[in-house]
Design a protein around this ligand. Structure first.
Ligand code: SF4
Length: 125
């Protein structure tokens, strides 16, 4: 039997959950304790079987008051796609102005997820 401790990151409560499973973790074999709500079970199962993360980074901006704009994936993507997504975003440049919510890349790294601006960059005067 394998036992691990995880911190659920789905809300500010940050519950410490204990997960137990035998052999390879599967949704059916994982038992979860310590969660305050059912979402903690879903989080623990996903974390052990198909972990995802939200990617936050920046892209180049031409003609703006700042040379870069902060961006993030619109939702978490598979952890194994983070490197490819980050590399793809390093090759992207956009023209100012950019606004919060603007899509700078669609289907990043084949994940089906868009990348959106999180901080606006107006045009330089
Ligand atoms: S288990 Fe529920 S209450 Fe606890 S951190 Fe996760 S989402 Fe929040």
């Amino acid at each position: 039997m394998t036992t691990k401790r995880l911190t659920c990151i789905l809300c500010p409560n940050g519950c410490e959950v204990e997960v137990s499973y035998s052999g390879e973790p599967t949704p059916e074999s994982i038992s979860v304790d310590g969660n305050t709500c059912p979402r903690g079970v879903d989080y623990a199962i996903e974390e052990l079987t198909a972990p995802k993360r939200t990617l936050t980074t920046s892209v180049l901006v031409y003609g703006g008051t700042q040379p870069q704009a902060s961006v993030k994936t619109a939702c978490p993507i598979p952890r194994e796609s983070l490197f490819d997504a980050r590399e793809a975003l390093r090759r992207i440049a956009v023209d100012a102005p950019v606004a919060i919510g603007d899509v700078v890349a669609s289907d990043i790294a084949g994940t089906g997820v868009d990348v959106i601006v999180t901080r606006p960059v107006p045009c330089s005067p």
